[in-house]
Design a protein around this ligand. Sequence first.
Ligand SMILES: Cc1cc2nc3c(=O)[nH]c(=O)nc-3n(C[C@H](O)[C@H](O)[C@H](O)COP(=O)(O)O)c2cc1C
Ligand SMILES: [Mn+2]
Length: 456
Amino acid sequence: MPKDLRSFIAELEKNSPQDVARVTKPVSPRYEMSAVLTHLEKRKRFPMLIFENTENSPAPVVINAQASRRLMSMALECRSEDLAHAFIERQSKPLPPVEMINAPVHEIVKTGDEIDLNQVPLLTHYDVNAAPYITAGIVVAADPDSGVRNTSYNRLMMAGQRELRIFMAVGRHLWTLHNRLERRNEPMPIAIVIGVHPLFSLGAQALTPSDEDEYAVIGGMMNEPLRLVRAKTVPILVPADAEMIIEGQIMPNVRRLEGPFGEFTGHAVAQDQRQVIEVTAITHREKYIFQDIHAGYTEHKLMGAVPREAALLKAVRQAVSTVKNVCMPVSGNCRFHAYISIAKRTPGQAKNAICAAFAADMLLKHVIVVDDDIDVFDEERVLWAVSNRFQADRGLVVIANAQGSELDPSAGPGGVNAKMGLDATKPLTGFPPELQVPDEVMKRVRLDDLLPDFAK
Ligand SMILES: Cc1cc2nc3c(=O)[nH]c(=O)nc-3n(C[C@H](O)[C@H](O)[C@H](O)COP(=O)(O)O)c2cc1C
Ligand SMILES: [Mn+2]
């Protein structure tokens, strides 16, 4: 069975049922699903949520398919602290896709006047959102000259039965492709993929050179070739096992209002003139599952962390070969903070790691480098290392006026912001050892013997 959203749900129900929660009562995609998720986020509970009964829609809605490192580590078949390492490993082994004639995603095909986005249960997350949005849509575009396919998540605002508006960050591959076509006044055909296995999602976000086919990267991530089928109205091959595909074209030299939209920072981005998609077909499985990613919540942050952590780990490894691990924590939206642990061998290496990190990821603002006895996933330990091992007069690096995220609410115009690196490693010699009870005694005196209730 190919890896798809359904196979992942089935696998989870079988191997880890506590990670799945089904809501059977009717819930509206307009704010109500968000309310359920908000209650859960406040309780720090992140099960994969299946809304079986979507108000006014035949399609169930899945949110949180990759809302924890645990869920993603089940998909990547690794320990949760090894996600970035496993990602690098699979990214290094791309697998070319295969083409098929028939596909589950073509069980229902709607074109022309049959197309109506109102029939799809798009969610409205926040009161400030201008309209319902597609948030789990992976946009596929083929380079018009080389044929190489690009994939990226882009928020898509519903603007009518057959119209979407898209946000493409400046300088990214999709924006660059569109820019090239727009100069020739040509539309850009695209396919929007909705409802996929978490490994598809992770592969689609891999940071790749623009001449690498991202379908092959996704195949590598899934450890099986992606099955493709010809789209109905655009010259693109699309994933056969997705739940839904929306085909269309980004119009050249057309801009209309998009936003406001509540983003990953927990703040809304303002309305602006952005690109427009004319939808030319909607295809889906007969009983399709709609997928959503709740903007600004844990899944949105964490799913973006793993591909970034992988790229960061690779880049820092080139500068400091003894790097042990990296973590982009949820507290920094999994974009703005990175914790990096290294086995320091020479006095200056923490600073080299800081330089490599900022060069690798434009969105990073704050990098903390710690020794390899600190677990980068344990934020309390990282801050403990800062409090004990960091001295601002020699460990602080500040870079003013660098490019950061346009979505950083405290950045200057265009996302220009400051970078801060903290060397929280101890000197190579002469630092007092950390306290410990003798090892031999720790092994001998056991909680399950003396306080069994506390041993679990
Ligand atoms: C849930 C989610 C939503 C995203 N939304 C957008 C978006 O609206 N616009 C955008 O440019 N990037 C967005 N991104 C980031 C891109 O998907 C990511 O940077 C991608 O790797 C860019 O690929 P590209 O350079 O190949 O175009 C989003 C990422 C995630 C995980
Ligand atoms: Mn790309």
